[in-house]
Write a protein that binds this ligand. Sequence first.
Ligand code: AMP
Ligand code: GLY
Length: 420
Amino acid sequence: MKIMVVGGGGREHAIIKKIKENPEVTEIFALPGNGGMAKVATLVSIGATDIDGIVNFAKENGIDYAVVAPDDPLVLGCVDRLEEIGIPCFGPRANAAIIEGSKVFSKNLMKKYNIPTAKYEVFSDMEKALSYLDTAPIPTVIKADGLALGKGVIIAFTLEEAKDAVKSMMLDKAFGKSGDNIVIEEFLEGPEVSVLAFTDGKTVKPMVSSMDHKRIGDNDTGLNTGGMGTIAPNPYYTKEVADRCMKEIFLPTINAMNEEGRTFKGCLYFGLMITKDGPKVIEYNCRFGDPETQVVLPLLESDLLTVMKAVTEEKLAETEVKFSPKSACCVITASKGYPTAYEKGYEITFTDEALAATFVAGAKEENGKLVTWGGRVTGTTAVADTLEAAIKEAYRLSDGVKFEGAYRRSDIGKRALQAK
Ligand code: AMP
Ligand code: GLY
């Protein structure tokens, strides 16, 4: 079976490695992939948002099954286009991917169907947004409506910061058209949990829970990033919380999407905050999280491709999705300076055991060498019987990933350990 995976980061590397475990798979194409996955996939230099290019490639190469991993091609309707030419896909259609593509859509959905989330107001007029802030409780949270490379959320701790955030989105267009509409919402507090869930629109099967570490600095300080490391399972996601989430959030969301004529099939990512009033949705993503995938999939004991195809064929109810009871930790190694300006092109070297445990994100092959080519360069994952052991091992293995200016947080998993 010939598989095509759209995307090119550490998440896609983790997906490809797992899919490759299925003995029926003969070849995996990564569009565009990256130099670090050349051993497990055939790299095809077609960008993840080049929908025409992706569709033509699939047609010309007899692709049997496609996985569309990143948000942009999903929101752009990549799955719809591939389905039109008869290629079965894993991932939601555009009309369901909007759950991530528009924050205004997802907030209105939650309000309409009583799904717990932060209280909010929507604005398309800057003056109205600014005068609303004069009466809003501070801290407050300002969100651009559309996709903004994970940077469209600003938490304002003073009125001035809040007003600056509104102006940067609506006047200076810091996120382009994504800032035409904004959401201003209540600031929530509590530990965060990421839950990725398989759903075929009828059944929802949550994967093992995880915890991201979004800030660049230790102890959650400094700028927001795409994620500097993850652990799974998340100790704040107790059985009681999980039961509540299923009843109050997961099933109501699937049903709400069906009700709206936007059946969601694929991986639905619930970004949750466990507040004192119970779990609330911070955000939905229409895809696997990055770097959550790098700890969740190594714990999946069922065959990933079988589960994905069950989602496509709407047979998830009768398909087993089993996770190991072990723990996992992924430590990201980033370029010095990330998430602001950083240099590229430094050679990356690995010890053998680090290479085997590492998912490559921001790298490319140049003259037979792997060089840095992005902010987050690699993610190194270890699985162990306890979270403590997984963290220790992930750090030991990460030390075997070397390049000029390599930066890692030193406290991935520390907060989770304190929860126990
Ligand atoms: P996002 O880009 O939607 O993933 O949001 C980035 C981060 O902002 C989240 O992981 C939370 O830590 C934080 N955040 C978003 N919304 C809220 C909120 N209403 N209250 C507190 N923190 C929030
Ligand atoms: N790690 C957060 C995300 O994938 O959006």
